[in-house]
Design a protein around this ligand. Structure first.
Ligand code: KIV
Ligand code: ZN
Length: 518
């Protein structure tokens, strides 16, 4: 006879670093307003801690962390700080107005970082840990300390560092796999050893922070839970440095779906996962890969006849979780040109979008224009349209009009009107094909030296009247930005994507200029 396990599952703290580790990855820059919007969404999603930024990095980061601290209702707000007094003071100042504020301070502990990057001895780093954690504790009660490159740090020394941090007052100890090198077994063993060997380990919560260089970030994070970690650091869509961080949606759904072997719980409202994924994708202009677990467009699509047959007979034959549990609505024919404001607003609410009055009006006008050109409007069309509204509400440059002459006899030509800070300007340009002509017109209006690294087109829905979604990646002085645009006209979508990337580049230039003044 088996006895039901009635013990309450352990609560795992979800620490979201989309706005910090996520935002610092190439091309994912967010504007101030976008950061606030993402923070609101993360709070509604139910994350426990929002790492809102790196306050010393720029005035923009400091302002965003301060504003998020003031407005967020539930989550703890963390600000990142190196093990430097000025960083810690700035982070403390940025989270001062949060209901619950945390300083997250870190220092490298591995021999390779100590020798080549920091040029410090192990003894010196131990002293730095004690002093900086104590300084942070004087400013806030909630201090997280991270051992950067923990997975390549000798275990004896790592234990000494953790011991020093806890003695100095750290309440959370994070052991990152900074370079994405560990395997699940190794990561498990590291947590087990540190928790067993450090005398005061029970005075802190242990945290995971995994990068995905070998595609093991989620597996490593879950392995650490089994060794006693109770906080997981992760990002929406897994965005982050290089190959990214552990994906929040994958961790949360693994815990929920495999409760039999992962006896934990989180505070996440999983029905909001899809919405959060779309928002982050829209504001970073990072498309979500089609076959991405949980939030990819194909994650719940069944193509094979055998699978479809099984699903129709009994859903669980081929589905381990329902699309509804992550907030994916079934594709449906939704609206047409006769739909009014009310129906449009209700539909957006059903899909999880809540727009401010101005954004709603703009979205409604764009919807009407789309309905005039396109007979069937699907949920995906509306998503593309609203994502565009969210992502570009604060852009300084906007595509106002475009006419393109294409065809077999070149050169092809484009007449483009751009609004820059509300003032329209028009030019004509020629090119080797309509895309080239359009991009040349943009360059005439906004001269720049950025290099086009990627130009990609795909269809949002099916049919010849589908909206085209275009991604453009630009590179300038090592800075990479991605822009996305959607329209039933591929050339208009291309122009929007290019201009979106330029808008991001401007934000990035400002940030770099501010950081250089420090
Ligand atoms: O990957 C890492 O080690 C980090 C630390 C700052 C926590 O992001
Ligand atoms: Zn990281």
């Amino acid at each position: 006879m088996t006895t039901a396990n009635t013990a309450k599952p352990d609560r795992v703290v979800i620490f979201d670093t989309t706005l910090r580790d996520g935002e610092q990855c190439p091309g994912a820059t967010m504007t101030y307003e976008e950061k606030l919007e993402v923070a609101d969404c993360l709070d509604a999603l139910g994350v426990d801690i929002i790492e809102a930024g790196f306050p010393i990095a720029s005035d923009g980061d400091f302002e965003a962390v301060s504003a998020i601290s003031k407005r967020v209702q539930n989550a703890t707000i963390a600000g990142l700080a190196r093990a430097i007094n000025a960083d810690i003071d700035r982070a403390g100042e940025a989270v001062r107005q949060a209901k619950r504020g945390r300083i997250h301070t870190f220092v490298s502990t591995s021999p390779i970082h100590l020798e080549y990057q920091m040029r410090k001895s192990q003894a010196e780093v131990l002293e730095i840990i004690a002093a900086t954690v104590a300084r942070a504790r004087n400013l806030v009660d909630d201090v997280e300390w991270s051992a950067m490159d923990a997975t390549r740090t000798p275990i004896d020394y790592l234990c000494q560092c953790v011991d020093a941090a806890i003695k100095a007052g750290a309440t959370t100890i994070n052991l990152p796999d900074t370079v994405g090198y560990a395997t699940p077994q190794e990561y498990f063993e590291m947590f087990r050893a540190v928790r067993e060997r450090v005398a005061n380990a029970d005075q802190a919560i242990f945290s995971t922070h995994c990068h995905n260089d070998l595609g093991l970030a989620v597996a490593n994070s879950l392995a650490a839970l089994n060794a006693g970690a109770r906080q997981i650091e992760c990002t929406i869509n897994g965005i982050g440095e290089r190959a990214g961080n552990a994906a929040l949606e994958e961790i949360v759904m693994a815990i929920r779906t495999r409760a039999d072997v992962l006896p934990y719980e989180t505070g996440i409202d999983t029905a909001m996962l899809s919405r959060a994924s779309r928002l982050v994708s829209a504001v970073t202009n990072f498309p979500v890969q089609y076959n991405k677990a949980i939030v990819g467009r194909n994650a719940f699509a069944h193509e094979s006849g055998i699978h479809q047959d099984g699903l129709l007979k009994y859903q669980q034959t081929y589905e381990i979780m329902t699309p509804e549990s992550v907030g994916v609505a079934k594709t449906s024919l939704v609206m047409g040109k006769h739909s009014g404001r009310n129906a449009f607003r209700t539909k957006l609410r059903e899909m999880g979008f809540e727009l401010g009055e101005n954004a709603f009006e703009d979205a409604f006008n764009r919807f009407k224009a789309l309905a005039d050109r396109k007979k069937h409007i699907y949920d995906e069309d509306l998503e593309a349209l609203v994502d565009h509204e969210i992502a570009h509400a604060h852009d300084r440059m906007k595509v106002a009009a475009l006419t393109v002459i294409a065809g077999t006899v070149g050169p092809q030509a484009a007449t483009l009107t751009l609004d820059v800070d509300g003032t329209p300007s028009t030019v004509q340009a020629q090119g080797n094909g309509p895309v080239d002509a359009t991009f040349n017109a943009i360059k005439m209006l906004i001269p720049h030296s950025a290099r086009l690294e990627l130009y990609q087109v795909h269809a949002v829905t099916e049919g010849t009247d589908a909206q085209a979604e275009v991604s453009v990646r630009l590179e300038e002085d090592g800075r990479v930005v991605t822009g996305r645009g959607a329209d039933t006209d591929t050339m208009v979508a291309s122009a929007k994507a290019y201009v979106a990337a330029l808008n991001k580049l401007m934000v990035k230039r400002q940030k770099v200029a501010q950081a250089q003044q420090l």
